[in-house]
Design a protein. Structure first.
Length: 140
């Protein structure tokens, strides 16, 4: 695996899925003001959702290598991406209903907003550190 470097040329370790998950859980918990009891009930279900979403996303692997000058291949890649996007939303919708059985709607909404905010901050941080959109070392 290639080593990552920041803009100053300093070597830095790749982000691990464990650290990413820990940081995400901590951020969501703080933003949504989850109690320890709520965290214990919510996060196993949340992580189950993420696992299912990752599995659905894996089906898209390889489409980024679609030859841009091949009409049929591009049409198939578009259809596959649309199918994956719909599958992701269905999974999200199912789990939002499960979340509502665990947490009040106000906290579920805060969780959803916190996750979006966390990802935006990660992308900004990632681009500031000189990765210029290179996602090869992002956790999956």
């Amino acid at each position: 695996m290639a080593q990552q470097h920041d803009r100053g040329g300093q070597q830095r370790p790749p982000l691990s899925i464990e650290k990413y998950t820990k940081d995400l859980k901590e951020f969501i918990s703080n933003e949504a003001r989850l109690t320890k009891k709520e965290e214990a009930e919510f996060f196993p279900v949340y992580l189950e959702m993420k696992k299912k979403q990752r599995k659905a996303f894996e089906a898209m692997k390889g489409t980024h290598r679609t030859p841009m000058n091949n009409e049929k291949a591009c049409a198939n890649a578009i259809r596959m991406k649309d199918k994956m996007d719909i599958e992701q939303k269905k999974i999200e919708q199912q789990y939002h209903e499960k979340f509502l059985k665990i947490l009040p709607a106000t906290k579920v909404f805060k969780v959803i907003m916190a996750e979006d905010k966390f990802h935006r901050q990660m992308l900004r941080k990632w681009s500031r550190n000189g990765n210029d959109g290179d996602k090869r070392h992002m956790p999956r």
